[in-house]
Ligand binder design. Sequence first.
Ligand SMILES: Cc1cc2nc3c(=O)[nH]c(=O)nc-3n(C[C@H](O)[C@H](O)[C@H](O)COP(=O)(O)O)c2cc1C
Length: 223
Amino acid sequence: MTIRSMSVAAAVRTRRTVRHYRPDAVPAATLDALLDLAVEAPTSWNLQDRSIVAVTSQEGREGLVWATGGQPQPQEAPVVLVFVAEPQSWREDHNDVYDQARRNGAWNDEFIAMFSAASKAFQEDLDRRGLLREYAIKDAMIAAAYVMLAATEMGLATSPMNGWDEAEVKKVIGIGDRDDLAIALLVSVGYPAEDRHHPGRRPVERNVFHQRYGSRRMPHIPE
Ligand SMILES: Cc1cc2nc3c(=O)[nH]c(=O)nc-3n(C[C@H](O)[C@H](O)[C@H](O)COP(=O)(O)O)c2cc1C
């Protein structure tokens, strides 16, 4: 496994969406290292309410080609990661999470009691407002962003994908009957067979504001 040293800023600047891949497999140890970094991503209330399914089989990737309406990435990339949001998983027992935080010296009993009650109340409110799916998808998307940057550091190319039929993706990963789960994003991973130029971004001033949406920063006045 080759892990090059690259700053986070360099990964952010050089990552591109790559749609064509060489057929070379991603070594298992490299994929494991990538997925290990993915689950380091933060989640709301540390609920860890997202999972990742790594699809590498020919059959699975063919299913994803169908589900994505024939996009080239699942046809060519040796790995497609499916980010699954778990909007109902907050209802399950989270004592393993609390025990780990306790062992790590991160959270004490008092904090855990407060945190677990507050997170339950928060999630119940989301449930009343029909927002559980949206919030679990946020958590899955942050993990996907971690993957894209970590992969860049490992010399791997990626492509995020929004264009797919959710029911078909679910069938491929064996959750065709699970209404309690949602697909957040697909990310292809592999070795690039094309060089992509940066398509560019609008000037920072177009999308970055200070204090109020739409407000430009006051020019700096020297003392
Ligand atoms: C949430 C999301 C979904 C996307 N879905 C697709 C997709 O289905 N197919 C595709 O070819 N590119 C997809 N893209 C890639 C974008 O077109 C690409 O990120 C954008 O053009 C900027 O290029 P860059 O990633 O190289 O900076 C998606 C990007 C994002 C963030």
